[in-house]
Design a protein around this ligand. Sequence first.
Ligand code: AHR
Length: 500
Amino acid sequence: MQNARITLARDRRLGAIDPRLYGSFIEHLGRAVYGGIFEPGHPRANPAGFRADVLELLKPLRVPVVRYPGGNFVSGYHWEDGIGPADSRPRRLDLAWRSVETNAFGTNEFIQWCHAANTAPMLAVNLGTRGIGAARDMIEYCNHPRGTHWSDLRRRHGFEAPHNVRVWCLGNEMDGPWQTGAKTAADYGRLACEAAKVMKWVDPTIELVACGSSNGTMETFGAWDRTVLEHTYEHVDFLSLHVYYAKKTDTAAFLANSLHMDEQIRRIIRICDDVKAQKQSEKQLNLSFDEWNVWYHSREADARMAPWQVAPPLLEDIYTHEDALLVGCMLITLLRHADRVKMACLAQLVNVIAPVMTATGGGCWRQTIYYPFLHASTWGRGTALDLSPRSENYHAPEVGSVPYLDAIATLNDAEDAVTIFAVNRHLSDSMQLAGDLRDFPELAVVEHLVLAHTNPEAANTLDQPDTVVPHNRGEARLVGGALSATLPPLSWNVIRLQRR
Ligand code: AHR
């Protein structure tokens, strides 16, 4: 048995949690759109072709914003291909994913799907093969009320009211050599600045995200971000971060990856603040961690995938219990930086490295990673509180010292409920957690949810969808301000406390 301690105090506020921390992502990639959210002819499809069974699984996740249409896809996308009568839309080669894009689903269908899913769109413009003109036309089509070529075309397409898309991404991963039309930092910075300026001329109310480094291991990490911000600082609202982790050796090393994520965020914040100082700006730049997840199970199969198929089953990672634990640690990391990470997108939402999977023509199920995301999105709202977790550490290569306990708390807006999220990274030992909660004498335990499994590689499938599911038989107790709870080995825990 391991021992660990936490302290809950009202004045240890890390930051207000923007609900958009629980965003997600749908790309024209694999079966995310076709056979995922959109499948006309499916027995559960609604008249618009949206799968109602998928919408039902997504609803509890309360995803406030969904990024679209890419990802790598957007860097070669002609948004005009996806509007107007569906039967006259062109089929195109999608070079990003070596697939054929039918364009049966486009911007208007996505906006309608967002209404059905009770979420908001976050659209990306193509700054790979295109530029300021296409971005300007697209925002005029989406957001301008009426009386111009593009806004009246939208109205003729059946959308009288503007879509009012609030958040726009200025391209995607433009530092990546895998990108159609990758750029140097200076070239991208100039282009993003001009596109931002013009897009805000069309609609000054929008928020813009500039592309930061594609991940923390890029050779140009940091330098790219600094140069891009030197060009765009006063014109954009967010800088993007992306990361995907893979299990390269063992579970212990894999679970240590959230410490890399923490460091990535810290380094980018320092750069944003340096540029702010250099420019003597009054403005604070926030972060949009708009792609994050575990991604590795499908890589080999994808490398063998025949090219130029419509909606091939790409990036269909089947997630394990240990993947859910790392996703839990990544959520804790995002919450720890709630003061600056004001948007984040779990990449992605359906079929493609996703919490929800479907069988084309068949059913759908929740992957293991669904659960930590569900819990955090449900109860991780309000204000993030530091718990100063203290536990034994272990050593992981490339990271160094890693605490067995990862934990954070959130205080809801009414200040009558606190939720503790905690991961026990130990492979074989339970952890006896002791908490000093004397600062919250009015609280009582509502429930203690636990996601645990004896096999770290256990997964859910269409036929066995409930192999890894949480239970609420955790035994957290609170007596006289002293919390005690047992966290099983390799477990995700949610301890819910409410005013008596
Ligand atoms: O989410 C999958 C891909 O990962 C995205 O298209 C790209 O932006 C990133 O490299």
